[in-house]
Design a binder for this molecule. Sequence first.
Ligand SMILES: Nc1ncnc2c1ncn2[C@@H]1O[C@H](COP(=O)(O)OP(=O)(O)OP(=O)(O)O)[C@@H](O)[C@H]1O
Ligand SMILES: [Mg+2]
Length: 263
Amino acid sequence: MERSAKQRTMFILPAGQSAAPERAATSNLPAYLTPLIGREQEVQAVCALLQRQEVRLLTLTGSGGVGKTRLGVHIATEVLNDFADGVSFVSLAPISDPDLVIPTIAKSLDLTVGDAPLEHLKTSLQEKQLLLLLDNFEQVGAAAPLVVELLGSCPQVKALVTSRMVLRVQGEYDFSVQPLPLPDLTQLPGIETLPSYAAIALFLQRALAITSDFQLTSTNAPTIAEICTRLDGLPLAIELAAARPTCSHLKLCWHDWSIDWPP
Ligand SMILES: Nc1ncnc2c1ncn2[C@@H]1O[C@H](COP(=O)(O)OP(=O)(O)OP(=O)(O)O)[C@@H](O)[C@H]1O
Ligand SMILES: [Mg+2]
């Protein structure tokens, strides 16, 4: 398979070391500038599922902003070496026409497909050992049977899908992505322990990026915990909240903290 310059080598086995697969795996996965916070158990569980031979189509489901894409990209990086022909990230966010799904997959692989894109893609991927990361599938749910047909013809291709809802097709494994863990507000742990809750850690990381001297203190800790709890541990909402300029001067009570979300 031809690779474009954007598809960089991600993993090369040390010289002399033999292992299957033998080709150096490549990917076009997006790179994040900040580390993944938490999600250790999810990464372990999904990687284990993907490594099972019978799991060919795995959907990470969850509400908007819960972290499906972020988790999917991380998992794809973790399992990259299991796929000799690498991982292809396919962003479906820009399309809403299910007929464009197969051509979009082909494009992510730098393949030109003609009038019969599915047949062409089946032929091209028949011998490939590849993971397709199909991102934002909820936009194009009607194309799910086409993906199943593709996987049916390409025995060593798997699909990791992110979607706000399950695809409801044969052979699909569903992994539900939950919000980030939160502390119990009625028994708030001390500030040494609080950052071990991923929701709090994410808030702190983003607040620090905006305000370099931002500190978790025993005074602002209850407010931060309350903000993260009111935002249900949703990473996107926490990121937005922590980025608000008011965060650097956190009023020490939720009610004083001007915010547009419901009380
Ligand atoms: N565990 C995490 N650690 C650090 N950042 C995270 C984590 N989870 C999510 N994020 C960040 O939160 C934001 C929302 O995450 P993401 O885009 O993955 O959500 P999503 O579930 O795919 O949303 P959508 O349904 O809209 O596609 C992103 O900026 C992402 O980088
Ligand atoms: Mg997403």
